[in-house]
Design a protein around this ligand. Structure first.
Ligand code: ZN
Length: 243
């Protein structure tokens, strides 16, 4: 695989019949977001809460220490101001043009939808969609944030379960099936800001039978060799040029 040109990749995208996007953590990084697992951020969080983000962002911690969990979750996750940048908006435009069919994402802030995307498969859930574990009533992010301590269902008085997947939890089977279906239908897969040798891509791409995996990322990586086409650089600069 050699470094590709924008015009080559643009042509492939516009000639595609079924293009699926895999949107990785590099997309959020370009919007200035530091993940909980970012070493610097993880250090600060552990210093403040006495537990690592991995420990707190787990079902075990949620089930046994719900008050400190919500203290952490409200401040470090729900209160983050996450706004989509130019790359997200360009993908939304490509979807409106009928070129992008599906976006597969594992971020939890609903960034693709904020940019205007519609057909998004969220592997790790969405902070905006939360449910009561007993009656299933849905609650917004704002409702969770407005609770003084632990947010409770108005009807059942039970703690509301955040609509996201904790570290180490299984991904919903229904979503995995949809992802597999979309990838197997794709003639072109556009991977944005993700490492091809990591589970997220590796597992999804196992269903792909074509020869047009396009990788756009700002970091060179050993896994890049698995791409058929690659461009390295700022996603907010490259993706809008593909319109
Ligand atoms: Zn309820």
């Amino acid at each position: 695989m050699a470094e590709s040109t924008i015009s080559t990749v643009k042509k492939l995208i516009h000639e595609s019949k079924y293009l699926v996007v895999i949107s990785g953590s590099g997309m959020q990084r370009e919007c200035g977001h530091k993940s909980l697992r970012d070493p610097e951020r993880a250090y600060d969080i552990e210093a403040e809460y006495k537990y690592s983000p991995e420990e707190m962002f787990s079902s075990a911690f949620y089930n046994t220490r719900i008050e400190p969990f919500y203290q952490f979750y409200k401040k470090e996750v729900l209160s983050q101001d996450m706004q989509p940048g130019a790359a997200y908006k360009a993908i939304a435009q490509l979807e409106k043009q009928g070129i992008v069919k599906t976006i597969i994402s594992r971020e939890i802030y609903g960034m693709s939808q904020k940019a205007g995307c519609e057909n998004v498969l969220e592997l790790h859930g969405n902070i905006e969609v939360n449910h009561c574990p007993r009656c299933g009533k849905e609650y917004s992010k704002e409702y969770l944030l407005s609770a003084k301590k632990v947010p409770l269902c108005e009807d059942c008085m039970l703690p509301i379960r955040p609509g996201i997947r904790f570290y180490g939890e299984m991904i919903d089977n229904g979503i995995m099936t949809k992802v597999a279906n979309e990838i197997s239908k794709a003639d072109v897969v556009l991977v944005l800001g993700a490492r091809l040798d990591q589970d997220f891509c590796d597992h999804n791409l196992a269903y792909y039978t074509g020869d047009k995996v396009i990788l756009l990322t700002n970091r060179e990586d050993a896994g890049d060799a698995k791409a058929d086409y690659a461009i390295h650089g700022s996603l907010n600069e490259i993706v809008p040029q593909l319109l």
